[in-house]
Design a protein around this ligand. Sequence first.
Ligand code: KG4
Ligand code: ZN
Length: 357
Amino acid sequence: MMQTVLALETSCDETASAVVQLKGGKFHILANFIASQANEHAQWGGVVPEIASRRHLESIPFLVEQALEKSGLTFSNIDAIAATVTPGLTGSLLVGAITARTLACLHDVPFLGVHHLEGHLSSAFLNEKHPSPPYLLLLVSGGHTELIHVDRELSYQRVGFSHDDAAGEAFDKVARLLGLSYPGGPAIEEIAKNGNPKRFLFPKGRVSNPSGGFFPYDFSFSGLKTAVLRKVENLKESVTEIPVADLAASFENVVAEVLVERSLKYALDYGLGTLVMVGGVAANKRLRQMMIKEASNKSINIVLAPTAFCTDNAAMIGTAALLRLKSGKSSSSIELGVSARHKLDQADLLYEAIPPF
Ligand code: KG4
Ligand code: ZN
């Protein structure tokens, strides 16, 4: 059986469209477009929600047109239309979701609302080999740092999370205080190539458990950001030039170590033989290399989202919709709205006749 979806992603500052086809058990990306607003938000040091939704509105008609044109298809070949509906900036989500619902009505095909984090997870299915449960999912993006135990397809149990900043947010904040551009992840990665990752020892933020000890699988990155800030302030008093490359490399290194150590600890403690890593931060080379090396030392199988599909894109949203269709969900309610927050373990509700929002 062959199924083809048109997918839209507008949860943050990238407007994206894609046409994805499931054929012979494989996902084929027939078109994939991203209009990034990063340059415009860069001058503010982060995403400005009002600007983001306006730009989505301006870009989306062109992106839909381009996706169809590139795929060589027309609406008569499209089996369903999907869009991210949660979590994200509501004004931004609305643009993609309303466009998708309108097109679905016009062309009389099902609409599927997709959970953004299930979208990220689905990017791992763009590899030759698909992850098969049980596995541990490490989801590291600008808004989330979560460890999710997936015991069967589409069933999620969150077993670890960040109590303050997400890993990507830490990259963005540290980049800003080092005077680097937004988004911070790629900027830190670039300059860190020439830095010494062992020069500065930054803390591996841990979260204390009120009943004693620490939560072994949780994360905290806000103390790390403060530690970098303090170090920069101290250095300013003693040196004329701040060693930005060494600071960036040392920061990147400790984030990677924490993510690798805690994920592998959970996988070992709970006997999971496979670890899947997705999300914007999963594009980081140092993190990818460290994860591959340490996991192989512990005989854990690693599945990484392809680098090109780690940061926000619509191909992963189309893939998530196809996985839902494959599981027997035929559509979301056309009344399904958008929501800034919605837990991943409740993603099933997006396909209920009476929608959760
Ligand atoms: O998944 P994503 O595109 O959007 C969210 O859903 O949040 O992730 C964006 C985040 C940003 O914080 C960005 O700085 C970070 O991912 N990021 C990276 C890299 N590329 C993007 N962090 C570290 N290294 C990278 N190469
Ligand atoms: Zn994302």
